[in-house]
Design a protein around this ligand. Structure first.
Ligand code: GAR
Length: 190
């Protein structure tokens, strides 16, 4: 089983979906790390008695603080669930192949610098795309470039707005995709 740390920056609806499906996993959500002290995800963690930590520091000091937490909980899988900060190459190296991220587009489309959250869906609608979706991938040094684990798509309907598309992708795809990806990794690695 994996000892999972979930990294968050905002609402944490993906974290909530993982918590709700924790029973279906062999792995355990051991701790939450946020770079924002007012992230609603921290309240979700508290509601479920999951230890949470806020690390706002950037650079070496921030990475060191994160590594200490990961070591304290013997973490061997890091799940980035709406974590809007780039990881240092030191951290990526240390946990290579053990860091996964969820991204709200059909990567490699709409990935990279500047593509996060609602920005992704705005660009998709502006470009009149007919389909969109979400991707779970391994984290490498490039932004949103690592090997894809799972990807799922849906059709964009007439009159769709960035906000409606965001909700649709979150509820219909994202909230299952992370747990399904972890299950896939459990089957492959355990
Ligand atoms: C999700 O849509 C996730 O895919 C996206 O942020 C949102 C977080 O929602 N991540 C990125 O854009 C990363 N590039 P949540 O806090 O409700 O889980």
């Amino acid at each position: 089983m994996f000892n999972i740390a979930v990294f968050v920056s905002g609402s944490g609806s993906n974290l909530q979906a993982m918590i709700d499906k924790q029973d279906t996993l062999k792995s355990k959500i051991c701790c939450i790390i946020s770079n924002k002290k007012d992230a609603y995800a921290l309240i979700r963690a508290k509601n479920h008695n999951i230890p949470s930590f806020v690390v706002t520091k950037k650079g070496k000091a921030g990475e060191q603080a994160i590594i200490e937490i990961l070591e304290q909980f013997d973490i061997n899988l890091i799940v980035l669930a709406g974590y809007l900060r780039i990881l240092s190459s030191e951290l990526i190296n240390k946990y290579r192949g053990r860091i996964i991220n969820i991204h709200p587009s059909l990567l490699p489309k709409y990935g990279g610098a500047g593509f996060y959250g609602l920005n992704v869906h705005k660009a998709v609608i502006e470009n009149n795309e007919k389909i969109s979706g979400a991707t779970v991938h391994f984290v490498e040094e490039g932004i949103d470039t690592g090997k894809i684990i799972l990807q799922k798509q849906l059709e964009i309907e007439e009159g769709e707005t960035p906000e409606s598309l965001q909700i649709k992708i979150l509820t219909n795809i994202e909230h299952n995709l992370l747990v399904d990806s972890i299950k896939l990794l459990e089957r492959e690695t355990l």
